[in-house]
Design a protein around this ligand. Structure first.
Ligand SMILES: Cc1cc2nc3c(=O)[nH]c(=O)nc-3n(C[C@H](O)[C@H](O)[C@H](O)COP(=O)(O)O)c2cc1C
Length: 180
């Protein structure tokens, strides 16, 4: 069966995510960044994460050439940063405060948290390349709300408790025994 890409995008967009900005350096030391929401945790021991980059993204070659990168997990204060690095070639870095991590990659101010990583593996993923990263350093900042992405739009995290009438207890059981 052929899956229509537009419909697939609409369905996958129902899976709400956070937003992250990946950073790396070129061999000449130039900073590179791109906005992603394909970030995911993979393994705690060893500490592995993943993301995928479109094969036609201009930034791809920089991540393929580099041995290390950083993941900035964005807060709700960073929507403009997300927009800026959704168009990496026209991004103006002077609008955003950052420091360099120990691996030299940019760590942006106001991020919720950052991971400094080594490239572990690169895998083919259709029209994307999938990168597994080995986490080598962590940065956790003050607790502020995340930037969310849902159905092609940014959204805000709500602290209100679920108003769900769970009859069979399945969700409750999972939230006790599952992740987090
Ligand atoms: C919220 C959001 C999430 C995105 N997630 C990804 C992603 O996971 N992978 C990807 O290749 N591009 C993603 N993009 C698109 C890239 O940010 C970028 O626009 C694209 O790679 C073009 O970059 P280029 O100028 O290097 O070609 C996302 C954009 C936004 C706004």
């Amino acid at each position: 069966m052929t899956i229509d890409p537009r419909s697939l995008r609409n369905v996958l967009g129902c899976f709400a995510t956070g937003v992250a900005v990946l950073t790396t350096r070129t061999p000449s030391g130039q900073h590179v960044a791109v906005t992603i929401n394909s970030f995911s945790s993979v393994s705690l021991d060893p500490a592995l994460i993943l993301f995928s980059l479109a094969k036609n993204a201009n930034v791809l070659s920089h991540f393929q050439a580099s041995k290390s990168f950083a993941v900035n997990i964005l807060s709700h204060r960073q929507e403009s940063l997300s927009n800026m690095f959704a168009r990496p070639s026209s991004a103006d870095w002077k609008h955003f405060r950052f420091v360099e991590g120990e691996n030299g990659c940019a760590l942006f101010a106001d991020s919720l948290a950052q991971l400094e990583c080594d490239v572990h593996t690169e895998i083919d993923g259709g029209d994307h390349r999938i990168f597994l990263g080995q986490v080598v350093r962590l940065h956790l900042h003050s607790v502020i709300d995340p930037l969310l992405f849902y159905r092609g739009r940014y959204g805000a995290y709500s602290h209100s408790p679920w108003e769900m009438n769970v009859q069979d207890g399945t969700l409750t059981d999972f939230s006790i025994g599952g992740w987090g």
